[in-house]
Design a protein around this ligand. Structure first.
Ligand SMILES: *[C@@H]1O[C@H](CO)[C@@H](O)[C@H](O)[C@H]1NC(C)=O
Length: 461
């Protein structure tokens, strides 16, 4: 068998001869070549190692590494050890286990980072008050990222410039002093009482409470800088004028609400980071709000939660009034009404055109009610919303289109609920919106002032 196999070998293709030497003489030459080759290789290696230092260095590229300490020459070449490599890896590769950022009922103690979102338009004048409220937050400032979106301001309003100015002071821990100095300066200049005349017609208890609430002593967190501040600028177009009647005409409300929704979405999707557990939405024009509002809303540990929002009124109008009517419980009548509307129609609360007979969070309030009483809601208002970050991560947002005949925050409440999230509100925990006297109110105040002066004159004579 073996012989046969060898015998057949000769039938293999010609190159077979090259692979297996046939004569002893060719084998001897081959060994000679091998020895000469080895000697030459050793000589070259010796030459290379002894001459290496004299060879010119080959530069193919240069690498610079940018760090917090400045620019350093060298990239991976600069890596000397395993430790360096580890450092480099951790400065360029981020890993987040999103299971870790779900939020807890005591996020302040548990290190939960809150994204604070505030949309702004023509807000320059109210910014000092707003920043006092931000400083007044007792939730650890180093666990709050502030994010502002400035859009469509009129030419005489410099919200953006003022925001730059105030946030620089805020982060330097000097905003309290700055605002105090500005107020002192303004008081010197202004004619006393002319613009604050309406205060004479407000409940004196309320006015005093507001004054005291803005006075020191402040809590330990007050002057501390925040974890970060981000300011975004984006115009969405001024579809609607800012006149009072214009703003409140029911027809334009839907369009306005959709624009607001669009602004909120731009803000949250640019600012939300993987390490945020909560998102707190806040309107700029708030007058009174407990400093621990975030902790108070958070302790219920639900997905979306809002407080009650009222505003003060002159005494001749009854001292106070529910302000935010966008937080409500859906009603049979509301659902029936929606069936009669076009797919694109937006129901707005508080207008005779849309009788929904819904139960509004604002009206459920009783003055001495339990501030910890929680009720389930369908629509929510945007003045002060605490939501878990996962609500947005999962895709809920502020519809800038008609969703179940609603838009913006009211649609957000409905959408979140539809997605299975828990949405609720606190009827007896109230924050106070500022009161801006309307034209009618100012006329009434002027009439009363004339009467008062007349009476005083009468007494003197
Ligand atoms: C600031 O927070 C304190 C403590 O919660 C509160 O009593 C006060 O009313 C707040 N200030 C304002 C202006 O709302």
């Amino acid at each position: 068998m073996i012989a046969d196999t060898y015998g057949k070998k000769s039938d293999l293709p010609v190159h077979h001869g090259k692979l297996a030497p046939k004569t002893p003489s060719r084998g001897a030459f081959r060994r000679l070549y091998q020895i000469l080759g080895a000697i030459a290789t050793i000589a070259l290696l010796v030459f290379y190692f002894t001459r290496k230092q004299d060879l010119p260095e080959v530069k193919s590229h240069e690498v610079y590494t940018v760090t917090a300490d400045g620019v350093r020459k060298g990239g991976l070449d600069g890596v000397q050890s395993e430790e360096d490599l580890d450092k480099l890896y951790h400065s360029t590769v981020e890993f987040y286990d999103l299971n870790d950022y779900q939020g807890t009922h005591d996020g302040n103690a548990d290190g939960d980072v809150v994204l604070f979102c505030m949309p702004l338009r023509n807000a320059e004048a109210i910014l000092p008050t707003m920043f006092k409220h931000i400083m007044n937050l007792t939730y650890a400032h180093e666990q709050i990222d502030l994010a502002f979106l400035v859009s469509d301001c009129s030419d005489d309003d410099d919200t953006l410039g003022a925001l730059f100015d105030y946030t620089v002071s805020l982060q330097a821990g000097k905003l309290g002093e700055k605002l105090y100095a500005e107020e002192t300066e303004a008081k010197k200049k202004s004619v006393k009482g002319s613009s604050d005349l309406y205060l004479n017609y407000m409940d004196p208890d309320y006015v005093e409470r507001v004054q005291n609430a803005f006075q020191p002593p402040f809590h330990a967190e007050y002057s501390k800088p925040f974890r970060s501040v981000q300011i975004f600028h984006k115009d969405f177009g001024q579809l609607i004028g800012q006149g009072f009647s214009d703003r409140h005409d029911v027809k334009v409300q839907g369009i306005r609400r959709k624009l607001m929704g669009r602004a909120r979405n731009w803000l949250v999707y640019n600012a939300l980071k993987p390490y945020h557990s909560w998102v707190y939405w806040r309107d700029v024009d708030i007058e009174m709000c407990p400093g621990d509002v975030i902790q108070h809303l958070m302790k219920f540990n639900i997905d979306v939660i809002v407080p009650n929002v009222w505003r003060p009124l002159p005494e001749f109008l009854g001292n106070e009034q529910p302000y935010d009517l966008n937080s409500w419980i859906e009603s049979e009548q509301g659902l029936e009404l929606a069936k009669t509307l076009q797919e694109d129609d937006v129901i707005v609360e508080g207008y005779a055109e849309y009788p929904t007979w819904r139960a509004h969070l604002a009206y459920i309030r009783t003055k001495d009610g339990n501030p910890d009483e929680l009720i389930a809601l369908d629509g929510v208002g945007g003045v002060s919303i605490l939501a878990k970050a996962r609500v947005f991560r999962q895709g809920a947002m502020f519809p800038a289109f008609t969703f179940e005949n609603h838009a913006e925050t009211e649609a957000f409440g409905k959408l979140a609920k539809r997605m299975g999230f828990i949405v609720g509100g606190l009827p007896h925990y109230t924050i106070w919106h500022i009161y801006e006297p309307s034209e009618d109110d100012l006329q009434e105040i002027a009439r009363k002032e004339r009467k008062r002066r007349h009476q005083r004159k009468g007494k003197q004579n």
